[in-house]
Design a protein around this ligand. Structure first.
Ligand code: EPS
Length: 382
């Protein structure tokens, strides 16, 4: 499968085209809208989320909610476009009277102006904005629906905001989102949750922003997807690409992640035990991936996201027009988007895993895929 997205943050809307999705999958439009809604939530979002109420328009690739195997075009409208159409209309838009030249360190403003030869960072930020993740979530939601029909569940929870860590380690993705979504910061640890909210309040009051970390868990994914045979077939490498490309993500880890550097092999590797004729593990430090392939355990990933680079208090910068020292202009933005980043990450993982699974099972029609998944499950049940 492949998908591309198009659209600016304050343009008409966001479009995605998903190519290669199998036929005969029953798609729930409501399930896509549910994912879009989850992405919009979270304590610390800015004023924009009060304007938007994201809903998907499915334009092609299915009849009567059943996929045809042909490209699926999706559209999510930007309600805020009406306020911006004077500047951002694709045909009649005119450059703003005052260019944004006090580039925000950490955002794409400076590098985008250099690369595309712009003298106004608005031309950059419109596309660099994390608004684009709405389109990615819509695509991921379709894939996630198919995975769910195959008995594969994806969930996430927030493990850290601004250094406040959750002490809860869920065992499975089953029921995880139902619990996490009850919390405004999607944190399962009640004490940490309150401290996280306090940190975000502190950020808001001084015009600062907060980053953090989310854990994504996938349950029910069959063993044997991915391959050790080539670098681009390794499941962890593929997942890394899909997650690192989510706006603001600065690190991705699998299982124990960077912690492996501190430990001996005897405490890292997940020993196998024969119980009732089956091979079982008592630990999952590998995060469900060994040798670039899924091993049948839960896939456990973490993403760390940087604090949003738009600070109301302003960061010191250089004006790209005058060349003078200045302070980055405060723009409306979020103070913390870590809960939303976890939801985006889940849906990015859904696309990556559906795509990799289809490379093993054949990807044209859902029946073939489910028969192959059943076979794979039998083969791995030692
Ligand atoms: C963003 C800035 C804010 C965020 C936006 C990402 O938007 P605005 O500039 O309109 O206030 O709310 O995220 C979304 C719009 C979204 O849907 O997630 C940025 O600069 O990246």
């Amino acid at each position: 499968m492949k998908y591309i997205t198009a659209g600016e943050s304050h343009g008409i809307g966001l479009t995605a085209v998903l190519e290669g999705f199998p036929s005969n999958v029953t798609v729930s439009e409501q399930a896509v809208n549910d994912q879009l809604k989850r992405r919009q939530l979270g304590y610390g979002r800015g004023g924009r989320m009060k304007i938007e109420s994201d809903r998907v328009h499915i334009l092609s690739g299915m009849f009567g909610s059943r996929t045809l195997g042909s490209p699926i075009a999706l559209f999510v409208e930007n309600r805020d476009f009406e306020k911006w159409r004077e500047y951002t209309h694709p045909v009649t838009g005119k450059p703003a009277a005052k260019a944004l030249t006090a580039v925000r360190p950490g955002h794409a403003d400076y590098t985008g102006c250099v690369k595309y030869a712009f003298d106004d960072a608005r031309f950059v930020l419109e596309r660099a904005s994390a608004r684009e993740t709405a389109a990615r979530v819509a695509v991921g939601a379709l894939c996630r629906g198919m995975l769910l029909d195959l008995g594969i569940t994806i969930g996430s929870h927030v493990t850290n905001i601004a250094g406040v860590k959750s002490g809860v380690c869920p065992e499975s993705a089953e029921g995880l989102n139902e619990l996490a979504d009850k919390s405004e910061v999607r944190c399962l640890d009640n004490i940490a949750e309150k401290a996280m909210i306090k940190k975000i309040d502190e950020c808001m009051s001084r015009g600062d922003t907060a980053g953090g970390e989310a854990e994504i868990i996938v349950s029910g994914f069959p063993a044997g997807v991915g391959s050790y045979a080539q670098y681009y077939r390794k499941l962890d490498a593929v997942l890394g690409m899909h997650l690192m490309s989510v706006q603001a993500v600065k690190s991705v880890s699998v299982g124990l992640g960077a912690e492996v550097a501190n430990l001996f092999g005897s405490s890292v590797h997940d020993e196998m035990f024969c119980e009732g004729g089956k091979a079982v593990r008592r630990t999952n430090n590998a995060g469900g991936i060994e040798g670039g392939m899924s091993n049948g355990e839960n896939i456990v990933l973490r993403v760390a996201v940087k604090p949003i680079p738009t600070l109301m208090q302003g960061l010191r910068t250089v004006d790209i027009k005058s060349g003078e020292q200045t302070v980055a202009a405060p723009e409306r933005s979020d103070y913390c988007a870590v809960p939303a980043a976890g939801v985006v990450a889940e849906n990015a993982v859904a696309f990556a895993l559906a795509d990799e699974l289809m490379k093993v099972t054949g990807g044209d029609d859902f029946r073939t895929i489910s028969e192959r998944v059943a076979e794979m499950r039998k083969r791995s049940a030692l």
